[in-house]
Design a protein around this ligand. Structure first.
Ligand SMILES: C[S@@+](CC[C@H](N)C(=O)[O-])C[C@H]1O[C@@H](n2cnc3c(N)ncnc32)[C@H](O)[C@@H]1O
Length: 304
């Protein structure tokens, strides 16, 4: 893949806040569970000492390829490199770290999760993440399991309504689910245009962009089982965090934020919640990068 300009791939959200809340110790072991364009990883590397390690995961091979190029110099140091790129779902991170870190007598000093999709995936991929681009309705981070089209073509109307409501906060969830049920008897859903056309038929023009954004987001969350994976990842990582190790999670949807809040709260014996209220991006950042508008940052620390 041709190397994209760093800013073109993805502008990292709340970079300063994320790094300061990781409270990095220079010789520590850190995990960036959502590498993307590598913006947060680059900032972590700028704080890391020569013997630090950063394990950076992404399920999307394009993100890994981009960062192999972005961090080529660091990676060229082989075993001495402070950065290890892992092409895998972040729900495998506890297993990877147990094998590579915990079994060597070390612990994990901090984890960062910057959830959702990168601007690159949204704007350039032909995987159907955005209603603005004609593409197959796929939306999988990795080419395995059900696509968004499969979900639209096979789930019952109540199941579809629940997906749109729970993962998209869509007020017209029932109406849209019913319309999808009728439409697919005539022709199966295959492309972003098929879903876009359905919204155009059902929803007044002034509400169409928001409805499409909510439907596409909810399908992406369902396809990638994002909330289940987030919860299981947080639960599996708590036991392998070092004392005072930090978990820093940035979410972009109320369902994700709820999962983070609940895991932190239900593990109050092990974790201290550092952010009593979620941190939001400053108006200046939102002006510069509108994607930051919905970001909510929560931080917890492992009790000693
Ligand atoms: C918002 S972007 C991260 C951007 C990154 N922080 C940066 O500064 O460029 C989210 C990234 O996480 C990846 N991702 C989302 N869910 C994932 C999962 N369950 N496992 C691994 N990677 C995931 C996506 O493929 C995407 O590249």
């Amino acid at each position: 893949m041709a190397r994209l300009d760093v800013e073109t791939y993805h502008i990292p959200v709340m970079l300063r806040e994320c790094i300061s809340h990781l409270a990095m110790v220079p010789h520590g072991v850190y995990v960036d569970g959502t590498l993307g364009g590598g913006g947060h990883t680059a900032a972590m590397l700028s704080v890391a000492a020569e013997d630090a390690r950063i394990y950076a995961f992404d399920a999307d091979e394009k993100a890994i390829e981009h960062c192999q190029s972005r961090f080529a110099e660091e990676l060229s140091r082989g075993d001495a490199s402070r950065l290890v790129l892992v092409h895998a779902n972040f729900d495998t991170m506890a297993d990877v770290l147990k094998e590579r870190v915990i079994s060597c007598g070390q612990a994990v000093n901090g984890i960062l999760l910057d959830l959702g999709v990168s601007s690159f995936q949204f704007d350039h991929h032909h995987r159907g993440f955005s209603f603005r681009h004609m593409a197959p309705l796929d939306m999988r981070f990795m080419p395995e399991g059900e696509t968004a089209a499969d979900i639209l073509n096979t789930r019952t109307e109540p199941e579809l309504a629940q997906i749109f409501r729970d993962f998209g906060d869509e007020p017209q969830a029932w109406r849209l689910a019913k319309a999808i049920g009728q439409r697919r008897q005539l022709a199966r859903f295959a492309t972003t245009a098929d879903l876009r056309d359905l919204v155009i038929q059902q929803i007044p023009p002034q509400h169409q962009p928001k409805t499409m954004a909510r439907l596409f987001q909810s399908l992406r969350i369902a396809v990638n089982r994002e909330l289940d994976r987030l919860e299981s990842t947080l639960l599996s990582m708590i036991p392998i965090l070092a004392p005072h190790g930090r978990v820093v999670v940035m979410s972009y949807h109320s369902g994700e934020d709820r999962v983070v809040k609940n895991v932190f709260r239900s593990h109050g014996d092990t974790l201290t919640t550092i952010t009593k209220k979620a941190i939001e991006a400053s108006p200046e950042e939102v002006y510069e990068n509108p994607r930051a508008r919905s970001a909510r940052l929560r931080v917890a620390e492992r009790r000693p």
